[in-house]
Design a protein around this ligand. Structure first.
Ligand SMILES: Nc1ncnc2c1ncn2[C@@H]1O[C@H](COP(=O)(O)OP(=O)(O)OP(=O)(O)O)[C@@H](O)[C@H]1O
Ligand SMILES: [Mg+2]
Length: 157
């Protein structure tokens, strides 16, 4: 399989003989200049390998929400993506501050985003519920003072 990439490439690409595309994106806290790039790159690759548009869109939305949460709410972290023939598997890990009440954070409309973040159009409290909705498998674990881990698996029909 050959692939071409346009635009800014912010991660590294690797393919092995089992046809897995592995991507790793380093997400810096507060870095809005590159915000959204990881999910755009993922979407582009999915389109290039012929994943259905509706599925690619769902994956990109989940990845975008996860990416933005790390940039907005955490001290930084990374997103690892494995694109396989039948599914996309996304793991996101950050370096804190963690979420004290995950159940509350998962509720639609719950947000601790401050005014300057809301002024940028974020903070509706819909990111985590959207990630869960977009995924076939979703899990979140968080420890205050340590960090948050999210995993999303989306099957390619
Ligand atoms: N990686 C994270 N680290 C620390 N806190 C987080 C993290 N992700 C989410 N949170 C907390 O959970 C809340 C809900 O997250 P969610 O993504 O649903 O909404 P939001 O980011 O506030 O708004 P939106 O995603 O709609 O722009 C956040 O306001 C924040 O308090
Ligand atoms: Mg969010």
């Amino acid at each position: 399989m050959t692939m071409e990439y346009g635009g800014v490439w912010n991660g590294c690409l690797e393919m092995n003989s089992r046809q897995v595309i592995q991507l790793e994106f380093f997400l810096e806290a507060g870095d809005f200049s590159t915000a959204g790039e990881a999910s755009s790159q993922i979407k582009r690759i999915l389109q290039q390998i012929g994943v259905k548009a509706e599925t690619a869109r769902r994956i990109a939305i989940g990845a975008y929400e996860a990416e933005m949460n790390v940039i907005i709410h955490s001290l930084g972290g990374k997103m690892r993506v494995a694109i396989l023939p039948d599914r996309t598997d996304i793991s996101v890990e950050d370096n804190g501050p963690g979420i004290a009440d995950v159940k509350l954070a998962m509720q639609e409309g719950y947000s601790t985003a401050p005014d300057h973040i809301r002024d940028m159009g974020f903070g509706a409290g819909m990111g985590l519920p959207n990630m869960a909705r977009c995924s076939d498998e979703f899990s979140i674990t968080s420890e205050v003072g340590v960090g948050t881990k999210i995993r999303m698996v989306i099957h390619h029909p």
